[in-house]
Design a protein. Structure first.
Lengths: 147, 291
């Protein structure tokens, strides 16, 4: 599978702005991997929930969740201590989704999946920007006039 | 015909928010106060919330540190100020699946939740897209879907497909491919004072409807996952449905507090009383100011 970090189209002239070493010295490839894994885990969580709401989750979702778990574990091993916590959280969240989907969404498994998704989010936001922007605005706080 | 008392309660706010976020293209034009609100309808034997806010324990500190979202209070407190109990809410209408509107469903354990089916099915499609397209799910929280899965098992979830009257005088209108793909807005037709619309995020502030220069030309909201054209047409549909623009209620508009009888609380949050059903007493504290 091709990841964002393998794709030469992502290596534009401005990549140095966000690439290279991140502000606190964590490796860019690890951060890129984390971002990709997190977004995929979040999307899988949305799709799993939606499938359960509609009463028919796509059977492929459980397989994708398991694949994601394996990739998160591999990334955690590869990228070392600095990103260990969020990558481990990703592995746990993917695992919880895989179990949830194979268990047809029991109340206990739903609760576990929700807890793991929350833990993932908070852990990832120690490294990546929070994407829950109010009305889509970036965290800009330049001073300006009041309406 | 039916009658509802209508309230807007503020549960959090951003005290310095870029205007460009609420008015499309208004870059570098300063800041405003961005309230986070949901609506409350009381009448016909029902207690209804329109949207649910978010759960600060899930992301409150990060939102505060990153975006200046402050003074968050749970429904027990903001509704309690008006004498309402979240456990008494029997219906929760979700205008769209963004965290600040749909992230507080758990606070209303006895509510039957109603949203557009398309706002659910859309995310199955998004999941299958490439990583580079995952911005499309950016403001959506998996927690809501997982919560709704349980709500559905408990028989407390209705997914509607398009327009629907869900309670006497309370009508949902689909606003597909606007602010979000499966958005909807809510119409309340009161016998005693006419029509009110709760816009969801298809209107953030009055300027979206009145024009940035007050010239009557619509300016769409600053964020649309659908198209700006459909946002504009949805605004026009709402505009044509009322006789006064203040009958369209935006949930991120701080001028609500100047427009309607409003209570301001010690934490800076507000509650506004838009309509009182015949025979209903005001729930605003005695110190509330008149608009």
């Amino acid at each position: 599978m091709t990841t964002a970090s393998d794709d030469r189209r992502t290596r534009g002239p401005s990549i140095g702005v966000r690439g290279g070493l991140s502000q606190d010295g964590r490796d860019a490839d690890g951060v890129t991997a984390l971002r990709s894994l997190y977004m995929r885990c979040k999307a899988l969580g949305l799709a799993a929930g939606a499938g359960l709401v509609l009463g028919a989750p796509d059977p492929a979702l459980a397989r994708r969740a398991e694949e994601l778990r394996v990739q998160a574990a591999r990334a955690a091993a590869e990228h070392g201590d600095a990103l260990r916590q969020p990558l481990d959280a990703c592995e746990r969240a993917a695992s919880a989704l895989a179990v949830l989907l194979s268990d047809h969404g029991s109340a206990a498994r739903l609760a576990e999946a929700r807890v793991s998704q929350r833990a993932l989010r908070l852990s990832v936001w120690e490294v990546l920007d929070c994407e829950y922007r109010p009305c889509g605005a970036a965290p800009a706080h330049a001073k300006g006039g009041q309406r | 015909m039916s009658n509802y008392s209508i309230y807007i309660v503020e549960y959090s706010h951003v005290l310095e928010y870029p205007i460009g976020g609420v008015l499309y293209g208004a870059h570098n034009e300063g800041h405003l106060v961005l309230p986070y609100c949901y609506g409350v309808l009381e009448g016909e034997g029902h207690l209804v919330v329109v949207d649910t806010g978010f759960d600060s324990s899930a992301y409150g500190r990060v939102l505060a540190d990153t975006f200046g979202v402050s003074d968050w209070k749970p429904p027990a407190e903001v509704l309690g100020r008006l004498g309402f109990d979240p456990d008494g809410v029997d219906t929760a209408i979700i205008t769209h699946n963004h965290f600040d509107h749909a992230g507080g469903v758990d606070f209303f354990p006895n509510a039957h939740v109603i949203m557009q089916a398309r706002e659910v099915t859309h995310y199955q499609w998004v999941q299958g897209l490439a990583d580079r397209l995952q911005w499309l799910s950016t403001a959506c929280d998996p927690d809501l879907m997982l919560s709704l899965a349980q709500r559905g098992k408990d028989g407390k979830l209705t997914l509607v497909d398009g327009d629907a009257e869900i309670l006497p005088g309370v009508h949902l209108t689909a606003a597909f491919e606007t602010h979000t793909i499966g958005s909807q807005y809510v119409t309340i037709d009161n016998a005693h004072d006419g029509r009110w619309l709760m816009a969801g995020d298809n209107v953030y502030v009055y300027e979206n409807l009145l024009g940035e220069q007050a010239d009557g030309r619509f300016t769409p909201v600053g964020l649309a996952f659908g198209s700006m054209e459909k946002c504009m047409l949805c605004m026009d549909e709402m505009y044509r449905a009322v006789e006064e623009v203040t009958r369209i209620v935006p949930f991120h508009e701080s001028r609500l507090w100047d427009t309607f009888p409003t209570a301001t609380f010690d934490d800076g949050l507000h509650a506004a009383e838009l309509s009182l059903a015949p025979g209903a007493r005001s729930r605003l504290p005695a110190s509330a100011k008149a608009a």
